[in-house]
Design a protein around this ligand. Structure first.
Ligand code: 0A1
Ligand code: ZN
Length: 900
């Protein structure tokens, strides 16, 4: 233990059911920014029939001013309850009764943005995970489901719109310039799904027909002046509703479904029942202000929150250790939704390529963010065993790796049985708060209905064990047989030294070298391990013998990234070049390109800049072939031409690493490719340049723009005046944000002085906060390879800019996260100034918004992987943060674990 302020650790094994359930909850809010009155009436009853009569009623509460406590109509004396800084315990409340409370809270002082807060004069709530306890005393735990009725009393002129979950059952004017709305949510829910919004808003609305023919009102609410940015979110919502009905058989269960956007939000969005609250970033989208990627994100986050209505709300989590039950499953669903939307209307081949592009994007996130998390001090299983602060566990592991674990079950069962498992899950658990185990058990039942010999016993290790498994594959081909040997291991993670083998589904193919076709898969040994093209790999080491392979083949393993593992193969450079050109699985084709580039960059890194290695030649050859292949879709080509990101390279590197040198190695390869293929990139740019044509957001047009802008970045890397002029022209003529940003970022990141376009961009968009975020972010990510920019000084100046504030999470992230997480060559500068600046900001943010501060504090998670010079500088700053007065539990957990 490093410190006297001992943190409290919560353990999954300590779960106990509550003493009481709350059958109904009636809330009255008298909304006032500086002093809001919250009156509650809680109808409680004993949880279990066999519970003793005298169990206390336990309520959570934080930062509340308690005025009144009444039990069954009688004011309680102070001996009958205990009030602490974290809650209220009512002694001897009896088996059932009515508890009435009055508390006061101060929304305008709430800079943490948890509970009830004020944003631009409007009221919003954020209750997940434990924000409701900052609104009133309540059993703030997901296994207490209650039926809510909510009355909102607010000023008619300043807060004319007031919304809560469920149906509007009454609306009336009151005296003294007040008005009142009353809302009733027909579905019992835990407190974390409660929401209210009040203020000045306008909405776009539409009535749709549900599967049962009944109408439902859809609304997207925004502050006045932003209605022109809501069309795409509304379309996305309608598509999400249709998709969930057609692919999962799940329909909207409410008469009214609302989305509200706020500029001040800690995360992306929140699935409150019938009243989703969104960060404006994931609602606002129009061509002038949003890039293609922004459009894609809006569609997927709108989908994600909507899909939670079933996976999260109708069936919720028993406790927060089960978070991946709803998050992993819902991310899997939103990934499938996006893939289906991208493939919509395309022919079979194009659709396959569009789906692969989505898969590649998702795997890039996993490798760049989740693999480092799983290898670092915060590593945890998708179902953690313990936490100090639950807000720190809304992680890429719980979300993205959680989705991979669901995807593997989908791969093992196939779509039909997986949907059968979903049906069993809802039949068993609708209206309940359950565990990850309940989900797997439902899937297992579905599996065993058709395959009684199979089970998911070993598969369950994916829920319990942290760390990214490594798989080593080698093979021998002779006499029409191929012996494939797979080995697996998983490095120790905090609290888990050794781990039993995982059940890893390995999707595979053998590509015939002569024809490029896949050969039939015939497994001679343990034949039951092969299901279609998926091999069950369950031992620490296993050899599989395939027959019927008389001609030379190259194995293509882990197709579609069928398991979240690090795969090491015996492929030589020639094999990789072959797969990069011929693998019939588009994901693996892309991955082969990435492997070749990665090896080349590591060679350049190790030789301090030498570009003569065979791997570097191979990278040049691969790019040459890609550029000549007329069959490739734009989307695939754009992805295949991009080098692995710096985060991915650093994590994959064996041994201690210098991020600055890695940045320069990557830049060296990029520049070599740019110079070698200058003519080809010029031609590609010209062919894909749609300049002057009206902008439309759709998958095909977006891939065309993506490819053009990849070509542009190579053109600028080659770096003559002419190329600079191309980017300047693209900026000036752009009729959409995708092209404008691409041009600007290339200019800012490569050009000699501050380009005039940067000032122009700010002037043009200074009234659009989300675009101003982009302006900050672009400058905070200028890499060290731009020798003309002193990025650290630029960042210090940005922090003093009148438009900068740490109070708005998006703005804080646009500088701090951009710099500490997306700009390794500057953050890890050898003088240590990057770390010092980062620590200053984490410390400042800690007192304003601990949750966001703790995310930023993850910037040095992988500090022990750095070269010793940098480790020393990192430790100094980590310790400085750790020793700060009044460190929040959020930041303390992250930094404490990094130092342990
Ligand atoms: N459940 C939301 C994410 C979320 C989590 C916590 C929040 O505040 C502490 C806000 C949102 C989702 O998965 O979209
Ligand atoms: Zn979610």
């Amino acid at each position: 233990m490093r410190d006297a302020q001992a943190p409290i650790t919560f353990y999954r094994k300590d779960y106990t059911a509550p003493n009481h359930r709350i059958k109904s909850t009636d809330l009255i809010f008298t909304l006032n920014p500086s002093r809001t009155k919250v009156e509650s009436r809680l109808q409680f009853e004993s949880w279990g029939e066999t519970n003793p009569d005298n169990l206390p009623l336990e309520l959570d509460g934080e930062d509340l001013e308690l005025e009144k406590v009444l039990l069954n109509g009688k004011q309680l004396t102070s001996e009958s309850y205990t009030q602490t800084a974290s809650g209220l315990t009512i002694h001897n409340p009896g088996r059932e009764g009515l508890l009435e409370l009055t508390v006061y809270i101060q929304p305008d002082k709430n800079t943490r943005l948890e509970g009830l807060y004020v944003s631009n004069g409007n009221f919003f709530t954020q209750c997940e995970a434990q924000g409701f306890r900052r609104i009133t005393y309540f059993p703030d735990r997901p296994d207490v489901l209650s039926q809510f009725t909510v009355t909102l009393i607010a000023d008619k002129t300043t807060h004319p719109v007031s919304l809560s979950n469920g149906n509007l059952i009454e609306e009336k004017s009151l005296d003294d310039g007040l008005h009142q709305t009353r809302w009733e949510d027909p579905f019992p829910k835990p407190a974390y799904l409660f929401a209210l919004v009040a203020g000045r808003f306008v909405c776009q609305e539409e009535t749709i027909q549900k599967g049962d023919g009944k109408p439902a009102l859809l609304q997207v609410w925004v502050e006045p002046g932003n209605l022109d940015k809501t069309d795409f979110a509304m379309q996305s919502l309608k598509k999400s509703i249709d998709w969930d009905r057609s692919r999962f058989g799940l329909d909207l269960d409410l008469d009214r479904f609302m989305i509200v956007a706020t500029a001040d939000f800690n995360m992306g969005a929140m699935e409150n029942k019938g009243l989703n609250i969104f960060n404006t970033r994931f609602v606002f989208a129009n061509p002038e202000l949003a890039t293609d990627v922004d459009f894609e994100n809006v569609e997927s986050v709108v989908g994600h929150e909507y899909f939670h209505n079933w996976t999260g709300n109708r069936v919720t989590c028993r406790d927060w250790f089960q978070l991946s039950l709803k998050e992993g499953l819902t991310v899997f669903r939103d990934q499938e939704f996006s893939a289906d939307m991208m493939a919509e209307g395309l022919d079979v081949k194009q659709a396959e390529s569009a789906r692969a592009a989505k898969r590649i994007d998702d795997v890039k996130v996993l490798r760049a963010a989740q693999f480092p998390e799983d290898a670092g001090p915060m590593a945890h299983p998708i179902r953690p065993d313990s936490y100090q602060e639950i807000n720190n566990f809304y992680t890429v592991t719980v979300y993205e790796k959680g989705a991979e674990v669901i995807r593997m079950q989908h791969t093992l069962l196939g779509e039909t049985l997986f949907q059968r498992g979903m049906k069993i899950y809802f039949d068993r658990h609708d209206g309940q708060a359950v565990t990850c185990e309940d989900f797997v058990a439902a899937m297992e039942t579905a599996l065993q209905e058709s395959h009684p010999e199979l089970d998911l016993k070993q598969f369950r290790h994916w829920y319990a064990q942290a760390g990214t498994p490594e798989v080593f594959a080698s093979w021998k081909q002779a006499d029409d047989r191929l012996e494939l040997t797979l080995k697996q291991s998983c490095r120790p993670t905090p609290g888990q030294a050794t781990k039993p083998a995982f059940h890893i589904p390995v999707k595979l193919g053998f590509v015939d070298v002569a024809s490029g076709n896949d050969m039939p898969l015939v497994l001679e040994s343990n034949a039951a391990a092969l299901h279609g093209d998926v091999l069950d790999f369950t031992q620490a080491s296993e050899t599989f013998v395939f027959t019927g392979l008389s001609k030379p083949v190259v194995p293509s393993l882990l197709r579609g990234f069928s398991a979240p593992v690090i795969l090491h193969t015996a492929h030589n450079t020639e094999d990789l070049i072959f797969l990069a050109g011929h693998d019939n699985d588009p994901f693996n084709r892309w991955d082969a390109c990435q492997k070749v580039y990665g090896k080349a960059i590591v060679d350049i890194y190790k030789s301090a800049g030498d570009t003569g290695s065979a791997n570097t030649q191979a990278a040049v050859q691969v790019v040459g072939s890609l550029l000549q292949d007329a069959q490739l879709s734009d989307g695939f080509l754009a992805l295949a031409l991009q080098l692995p990101g710096e985060g991915t390279l650093l994590e994959a590197f064996e041994g201690l690493v210098d991020p600055v040198a890695m940045h320069f190695a990557r830049t060296t390869l990029r520049d070599l490719l740019a110079c070698t293929y200058a003519a080809e990139f010029n031609a590609l740019y010209a062919e894909r340049n749609l300049n002057g044509q009206p902008y439309e957001y759709n998958a095909i047009a977006a891939s065309q723009r993506a490819l053009k802008n990849v070509a542009l970045s190579y053109l600028l890397a080659a770096g003559s005046e002419e190329e600079l002029a191309i980017a300047q022209a693209q900026y000036a003529q752009a009729n959409n944000m995708t092209d404008r940003m691409a041009a600007l970022s290339n200019l800012v990141h490569t050009s000699a002085e501050k380009p005039a376009e940067l000032a122009d961009f700010f002037e043009r968009f200074k009234l659009e906060p989300l675009v101003v975020d982009k302006w900050f972010m672009l400058q905070a990510t200028i890499p060290a390879s731009n020798e003309n920019a002193d990025t650290l000084q630029i960042i210090r100046d940005l922090l003093k800019h009148p438009a900068f504030t740490l109070k708005n999470p998006n703005r804080a992230r646009s500088v701090l996260a951009a710099f500490a997480m997306q700009n390794p060559s500057v953050f890890h500068n050898h003088g240590g100034e990057g770390y010092a600046l980062w620590a200053d900001l984490v410390i400042e943010l800690n007192t304003i918004n601990p949750q966001v501060a703790a995310r930023m504090a993850r910037g040095l998670d992988r500090w022990t992987k750095l070269v010793p010079l940098l480790q020393d500088k990192a430790r100094v700053q980590l310790e400085r943060i750790f020793n700060t007065d009044k460190l929040s539990p959020d930041v303390r957990e992250v930094i404490g674990k990094a130092l342990d």
